[in-house]
Ligand binder design. Structure first.
Ligand SMILES: [Cu+2]
Length: 130
């Protein structure tokens, strides 16, 4: 009898755990002058994303996800604000954790660093939404 109740308690926990791991993905990214490492990521459409930025350099960096099909006009500035789907920034030597939902539409999305001069220096990446 006791064992029976134990299973009744455990089964929902297994189900909840499985759901949680399917719906979350963590992207751990190191930022340096001037690169994201790694610089390509694959996520599922609509998935809940945890973004962990670790800044290994002495300058501020931004991880900017552009809307689908959007490209910035260099330099990246106020003109490009309307093209942004999500962005997070990290101070020198700091770690920043933020959350966002992956886009609902599959495709390749452009990632750039929004700090002046960094995209020009090659600080960019690609988010592959499946
Ligand atoms: Cu940067």
């Amino acid at each position: 009898m006791r064992l029976y109740f134990l299973w009744l308690l455990l089964i929902p926990l297994f189900v909840l755990n499985a759901c949680a791991s399917n719906n979350n993905q963590t992207l751990s990214i190191d930022t340096t002058d001037f690169a994201f490492t790694p610089n390509q990521w694959t996520v599922n459409a609509g998935q809940r994303i945890t973004l962990k930025l670790t800044n290994q350099s002495g300058s501020e960096h931004e991880w900017v996800l552009l809307k689908k099909g959007e490209e910035v006009t260099m330099p990246f500035d106020a003109d490009d604000e309307a093209r942004i789907e999500f962005e997070s920034e990290v101070e020198p030597g700091n770690v920043k954790i933020s959350f966002f939902p992956a886009p609902d539409e599959a495709g390749l999305y452009r990632i750039v660093c929004g700090i002046p001069g960094h995209l020009e220096a090659g600080m960019e990446g690609t988010l592959n939404v499946k």
